[in-house]
Design a protein around this ligand. Structure first.
Ligand code: NAD
Ligand code: UDP
Ligand code: UDP
Length: 314
């Protein structure tokens, strides 16, 4: 039996990952400080004997015995990571150091949940792993972007200097059940607004684009990446390459929910990337993976989740 540590395991992606690893027969140690994670995301796993929950902040050292590490601990939505930006950078940087130290002591593989934000507001489209990015080092998104970039640096230096088996995943916008209803991300915002027949908040003109990956597809990819031979380090773009503007997304959500919501236009946040789409050719080659859930299907499952959360029935 493989003992797997998932940091950030009570969060949106982390809880799905814990669940899947348990299904695959792993013993799972979920470490989370509940900054943005929720007990309800993992409460159904607590009765499972192979599941263990540890409340811990990854900016502090962690001495446990495991066979593999998925490092997902970090707030991911702009309003959450900008709430305490110093803690966000500490989580990425000190968290990486502590978990890499753990991987080094135990000689085990470690996967980093990096992000498309390492490309910043990209001047290359679609983004390939070879692109170094266009990131403001002193803006409101920098605590997250630069924290994640520094974490990637640490991962590659631990790999070169100490021979650690690293796997760096650059995750593009991911959505699905268990997103926090008030975390301000576009998919959760639009669905919650549509279900309540409240105005849909479009930032800027809504022409900026994103490419949305359903969480089940993302979990598949993360597990496949962890399963690669040592020496396969990434960075690997993981995401769904089908690109939508925020206006298109709003229209789709209104259609699917039969909502009476109208659109309301609000200022575009500073440094908001104008376009984003992953080039996933490397992931296809290395993992034999590509996402299989179309946006309409994934949104339907997410809408149902929020209906249940908001107790709207249906
Ligand atoms: P999330 O906010 O739902 O999950 C993050 C989890 O980390 C939460 O449970 C939170 O409580 C925990 N956490 C935060 N700081 C911590 C700390 N110092 N110590 C221990 N736990 C801590 O976000 P998510 O969407 O599930 O994202 C998971 C990971 O994937 C993050 O690292 C994020 O940067 C990355 N990612 C996500 C997306 C996306 O679209 N969802 C895109 C790119 C990268
Ligand atoms: N660390 C940890 N758990 C371990 C081993 C290390 O949390 O099982 C932390 C510890 O705080 C250490 C950091 O990881 O400072 C980096 O470890 P490394 O061995 O690279 O460096 P050093 O111990 O020399 O600081
Ligand atoms: N966005 C929007 N309305 C909202 C929330 C977000 O128009 O209510 C836009 C936001 O400006 C950005 C895109 O949707 O251009 C994706 O935002 P999100 O916070 O989900 O993710 P990220 O910017 O980190 O990709």
């Amino acid at each position: 039996m493989i003992r797997t540590l998932v940091t950030g395991g009570a969060g949106f992606i982390g809880s799905h990952l814990c669940e899947r690893l348990l299904q695959q027969g792993h013993e799972v140690l979920c470490v989370d400080n509940f900054f943005t994670g929720q007990r309800s995301n993992i409460s159904h796993l607590l009765r499972e004997l192979r599941f263990e929950l540890l409340r811990h902040d990854v900016t502090f050292p962690l001495y446990v015995e495991v066979d593999a590490i998925y490092n997902l601990a970090c707030p991911a939505s702009p309003i959450h990571y900008q709430f305490d930006p110093v803690q966000t950078t500490k989580t990425s940087v000190l968290g990486a150091i502590n978990l890499l130290g753990l991987a080094k002591r135990l000689k085990i593989p470690i996967l980093q949940a990096s992000t498309s934000e390492v490309y910043g507001d990209p001047e290359v489209h679609p983004q390939t792993e070879a692109y170094w990015g266009h990131v403001n080092p002193i803006g409101p998104r920098s605590c997250y972007d630069e924290g994640k970039r520094c974490a990637e640096t640490l991962f590659f230096d631990y790999h070169r200097q100490h021979g650690i088996d690293i796997k760096v995943a650059r995750i593009f916008n991911t959505y699905g059940p268990r997103m926090h209803p008030s975390d301000g991300r576009v998919v959760s915002n639009f669905i919650v607004q549509a279900l309540r027949n409240e105005p849909i908040t479009i930032y800027g003109q809504g022409l900026q684009t994103r490419s949305f990956c359903f969480v089940d597809d993302m979990v598949d990819a993360l597990i496949k990446l962890m399963g690669t031979a040592s020496g396969v380090t990434g960075p690997l773009n993981l995401g769904n390459p089908v690109e939508f503007s925020m206006l298109q997304l709003a229209e789709l959500v209104i259609d699917m929910t039969g909502s009476r919501s109208t659109l309301t236009f609000m200022p575009l946040p500073q440094d908001d990337p104008q376009q984003r789409r992953p080039d996933i050719n490397q992931a296809k080659d290395v993992l034999g993976w590509m996402p299989s859930t179309q946006l309409t299907e994934g949104l339907q499952r997410t809408v149902q989740y929020f209906k249940d959360q908001l107790q709207l029935g249906g």
